[in-house]
Design a protein around this ligand. Structure first.
Ligand code: IPE
Ligand code: IPE
Ligand code: MG
Length: 271
């Protein structure tokens, strides 16, 4: 999907948008409220942005909801966030299903209680065949965890003789990290003003366009999302080549796909 004046640089819609939803605490504190009020308000942004992404024709959205490091927050905040996670899983899933959205959770899973585990498995099962858009929620997720998790699976295959260590390369590893069967995130958004990745998708973001905004997550709405998409459209994605090489390429649609395929794992085709 390209605009009328499209060149390789002007892809109208990113396939996969990955978002660090940051700034809930500050949003609440600025209003003299408890941090939890910010997290609750943030849920409204999740709804808005999911809807906006679906309307825009984005194929996948990944939302960072809780990092490996967030367990270190005060216990009361962790408990609140887990309760909110459970509540949202149960309450929002029907709406997602109605909108033909597939929900999947990425992350370690071994620290969640049984209620959460059950709710997320139910949600994934219910929405498993939905095709309009994929929504990934990264919870108890860390990019470092993801790479270690992939490495362990590969080590097991080497140990069992299924593959040799010579066969371990970037393409192979990319088949074992989270969301391996989907297009790589091409647009990354972080709200809340910080300019860092905070152990989000460190492998998958290798060639994403990085968009940072000072707007706090509860204030991030459809218009702000549209601004990010517009910004993305203005980027020239070079993947190591020169701007002249990119401009010389004749058919933007095909060329963009070729370049992306070099970045995507072989399982990516059926996503
Ligand atoms: C992001 O908002 C939500 C989570 C990390 C769960 P924060 O809670 O980090 O908000 P700030 O950064 O303190 O404002
Ligand atoms: C990143 O936000 C994690 C989520 C949004 C879930 P943080 O607020 O935890 O990030 P740092 O610690 O300030 O980098
Ligand atoms: Mg924060």
């Amino acid at each position: 999907m390209h605009t009328a004046n499209s060149s390789i640089a002007l892809q109208t819609v990113p396939k996969h948008v990955a978002i660090i939803m940051d700034g809930n605490g500050r949003w609440a504190q600025q209003r003299g409220k408890n941090r939890s009020a910010g997290h609750k308000e943030g849920v409204k942004s999740v709804r808005r942005i999911t809807e906006a992404a679906l309307q825009a024709g984005v194929e996948c959205v990944t939302l960072f909801a809780f990092s490996s490091e967030n367990w270190q927050r005060p216990e009361t905040e962790v408990i609140l966030l887990m309760e909110l996670f459970l509540f949202v899983l149960k309450r929002e899933v029907k709406k997602l299903h109605k909108n033909n959205i597939r929900l999947q959770i990425i992350g370690a899973r071994n620290k969640f209680n049984n209620k959460i585990l059950k709710a997320l498995e139910d949600a994934e099962q219910l929405t498993a065949n939905n095709k309009a858009m994929c929504l990934f929620v990264a919870a108890d997720y860390g990019g470092k965890w993801d790479i270690v998790n992939a490495t362990k699976q590969i080590c097991a295959k080497v140990a069992s003789g299924e593959i040799t260590s010579d066969q371990v390369d970037e393409q192979l590893l990319s088949q074992y990290v989270a969301m391996a069967e989907y297009p790589l995130p091409d647009l990354f958004i972080r709200t809340g003003g910080e300019k860092r990745i905070s152990n989000f998708l460190i492998w998958q973001l290798a060639y994403a366009e990085l968009y940072f905004t000072d707007i706090l997550w509860p204030d991030f709405g459809k218009e702000q999302f549209a601004d990010a998409l517009k910004w993305f459209e203005s980027r020239q994605r070079r993947f190591g080549k020169t701007g002249e090489q990119i401009e010389a390429m004749q058919q933007p649609d095909e060329t963009e796909d070729q370049l992306l395929n070099q970045q995507t794992n072989p399982k990516g085709s059926d996503a």
